[in-house]
Design a protein around this ligand. Structure first.
Ligand SMILES: Nc1nc2c(c(=O)[nH]1)N[C@H]1C(S)=C(S)[C@@H](COP(=O)(O)OP(=O)(O)OC[C@H]3O[C@@H](n4cnc5c(N)ncnc54)[C@H](O)[C@@H]3O)O[C@H]1N2
Ligand code: MOO
Length: 411
């Protein structure tokens, strides 16, 4: 890693910090076999190879009648084929069977006409519009979706409901996934009290960050192994962080990382490992620190509650996804027309809280939230996106196209 990350207190550019974090990320955590019922939002650790074809057999796609297509309008009904109860005899030309959706197509049949387009009287079937019938219609062919031996999913895939349904269709009751990365979360500051504790009326405040950060990480699939408050004492912080480094795959602190006399987090990390980057050219989030204790990555997020969550989304998330084994993850970004002029600060990427909507012509339009203070958590839930004002712009006019990060995709 470059000296700039080790020694300089200059602001690090966002793209440089992201590259540094990516290169410093450890290998993905180990794997475990879990029941499919617990696999949603987990990351696949081994390829899923099909031992079966899908569909498993050639079947009807409609409720109706099956027969061999020869242009005829009238057929003799000889039986029925149901999903789960196939018709096992061959069907001769001129004959038909009633059939349900998903029932195996009997031998001799190649076409299905749906029930709405036929008239049945006793053992006769009349096709209402024979001229519209195409040979082979309404048939699902064995193996047309998945062939035996196909690599259906590659490792690194995030498993959603459709992938889980597919794994079940292929007969898997369990699946090999990466373990949940273990995360230790600390809030730093003598002013902090744990929600639920007695309010001692001193100028104290309830710890918001441990809860908001843990909530976000759990959504991403973390196992949060501890959430503790660190006092403004170096020795105590060193002991607790050291203990966390023996239990967690990732350590996150919030607060105590800027330039005040009680900002001890960087000093604690320097005793145990290394801070390789401090202060990023981004607002909110400037005082963020990154480093490691032994091989365990460490993020020192700023204490202001919005800054803590925004830096979690921007910098912790990419590393967390790598740690989880995700191979394809990238942040979602859209272009939107800004309806107001925007003000930021030259030399920093401003991430303004905004609200986007899609207008009647399908254009995404965005407005900035009035109050942007990074202590105001309400600015994050009043918003539905972050608006990027790049570091080479101090302002932009109304009507400019800007990049937005939809919050629904981030947290
Ligand atoms: N001289 C400087 N002062 C400050 C700088 C700077 O660069 N130089 N940066 C400012 C920015 S930007 C931010 S953000 C804050 C972050 O500083 P810290 O990370 O050291 O955070 P604290 O000072 O401990 O706390 C800041 C603020 O947030 C409240 N807080 C902290 N933890 C929590 C929590 N878990 N839940 C709720 N609220 C929390 C804390 O009480 C403070 O009000 O520094 C600026 N100053
Ligand atoms: O990280 Mo701070 O939020 O810019 O006040």
């Amino acid at each position: 890693m470059s000296d700039c990350f080790e020694t300089s207190d200059a602001l690090v550019e966002v793209s440089d910090l992201l590259a540094h974090i990516r290169s410093a990320a450890p290998a993905p955590v180990g794997m475990e076999r879990v029941p499919l019922t617990q696999a949603v939002d987990r990351v696949l650790a081994e390829p899923l190879v099909a031992a079966l074809a899908l569909p498993r057999y050639t079947a009807s796609a409609m409720d109706g009648v099956a027969f061999a297509h020869q242009g005829q309008a009238c057929l003799r009904l000889i039986g029925e084929a149901l999903a789960g109860h196939p018709f096992n005899d061959p069907v001769a030309p001129g004959e038909a069977v009633t059939i349900t959706t998903g029932a195996p197509l009997p031998a001799g049949c190649d076409t299905v006409v749906m029930a709405e387009d036929i008239v049945i009287s006793e053992d006769q079937v009349e096709l209402a519009r024979p001229e519209t019938v195409r040979k082979g219609q309404n048939i699902r062919h064995a193996g047309e979706e998945i062939a035996i031996g196909d690599r259906v999913f590659e490792p690194g895939m995030l498993l959603g409901p459709a992938q889980i349904g597919m794994a079940a269709s292929l007969g898997h009751s369990h699946i090999e996934v990466h373990c949940r990365p273990k995360v230790a979360i600390f809030s730093s500051g003598d002013e902090l009290r744990r929600a639920g504790a007695v309010d001692d009326k001193s100028p104290s405040l309830f710890d918001a960050n441990a809860f908001s950060l843990a909530a976000c990480l759990k959504r991403w699939g973390a196992e949060v192994v501890m959430t503790e408050i660190l006092p403004d004492r170096l020795d105590e912080s060193v002991v607790q962080l050291s203990s966390a480094s023996r239990q967690a795959d990732l350590i996150i602190t919030s607060g105590g990382v800027s330039a005040g006399q009680a900002d001890l987090i960087r000093a604690a990390i320097q005793q145990l490992g290394q801070v390789t980057s401090w202060r990023v050219a981004m607002r909110p989030g400037k005082p963020m620190a990154f480093g490691h204790i032994q091989k365990i990555p460490f993020f020192g997020l700023p204490g202001n509650p919005v800054a803590a969550l925004v830096t979690l989304m921007q910098f912790v998330q990419p590393l967390f996804r790598q740690l989880s084994g995700c191979r394809q993850w990238a942040p979602v970004k859209w272009q939107a027309l800004c309806e107001q002029s925007l003000k930021g600060r030259h030399g920093r990427l401003d991430l303004l809280r905004g609200r986007y909507h899609v207008d009647a012509c399908g254009v995404i339009r965005v407005n900035v939230i009035k109050e942007q203070g990074s202590h105001r958590l309400s600015s994050l839930y009043d918003a539905n996106c972050l608006i990027e004002l790049p570091d080479d712009l101090a302002a932009c006019e109304a009507g400019t196209s800007v990049t937005i990060q939809p919050l629904g995709e981030l947290i």
